[in-house]
Design a protein around this ligand. Sequence first.
Ligand code: G3H
Ligand code: 13P
Ligand code: NA
Ligand code: ZN
Length: 328
Amino acid sequence: ALVSLRQVLDHAAEHGYGVPAFNVNNLEQILAIMEAAQATDSPVILQASAGARKYAGEAYLRHMVLAAVEAHPDLPVVLHQDHGATPAVCMQSIRSGFTSVMMDGSLREDGKTPASYDYNLAVTRRVCELAHAVGVSVEGELGCLGSLETGEAGEEDGVGAAGKLTHDMMLTDPEQAEDFVRRTGVDALAIAIGTSHGAYKFTRQPTGDILAIDRIAAIHARVPNTHLVMHGSSSVPQEWLAIIRAHGGDIKETYGVPVEEIRRGIQNGVRKVNIDTDIRLAMTGAMRQTFAKERSEFDPRKALLAAKQAARGVCRERFEAFGSAGQA
Ligand code: G3H
Ligand code: 13P
Ligand code: NA
Ligand code: ZN
């Protein structure tokens, strides 16, 4: 059944686990996530960005997710809007049947310019009033995602701040988090701790100076009843990078957030873990491999099936590693 984010994350908090939130754009990604969730008996968070809505169209997205719910009647499924840039975007998603919306007021309406604290408070509070009136959960964001190594938002496809960010902007302040939660009423809070979107997060295996997992406990202590969210949480598996490179792909040296670090985050209060890039890498690797090995193949289902299976493997590993397996 479709349920709210609050319901799923309250259960996760009570039992001390984390739930991966996977971005979806198409049928194969939804199939992969649902099959992995069914196999591991995990609650599901499907999230769609503005880019996903543009790619698939509002009606297709909605009906594909409704089909997933119908096909898996025993699994709780959250349909969450990722990175809403304005209250209007959040309202469109609520009308479309989403059970949770993210109002990302850390950036202005353009989704690029870092916003003032007062702006973030005002838009997030407004979305909370509207969404909560109809039982929809709200995720806010405090702090800007960005690389503590370079000061870049690190997003190659347009989601995230443009230009340089200061060190302070990229680390959520625990005291401000308490004020933000009290004045907005958000159910979930995305925090900035040095992660960024996309494949290029770190130029080396991250250590505490560039991935501030230690800050999570201090934030959690200030907002114990609000569920913390880690964005930019792909692990960027070196195995998939190698497969992509071995079959004609060009991906520079790069490192993601190790699963072990995410597990530490969950131990310290993280409940929702956003993952898009890992599914992209696995699907691209599997498709390149299939077409390279079977050069006369022209049925796209061959490559798409391999892509789905690769994505399913990633999802299954995350459900198990984050402790949501067995909790549906
Ligand atoms: O927040 C970023 C997600 O990876 C969504 O990316 O805007 O390309 O759909 P997208
Ligand atoms: P990744 O790019 O690390 O997968 O992060 C996705 C994300 O945060 C979506 O909101
Ligand atoms: Na989100
Ligand atoms: Zn994100």
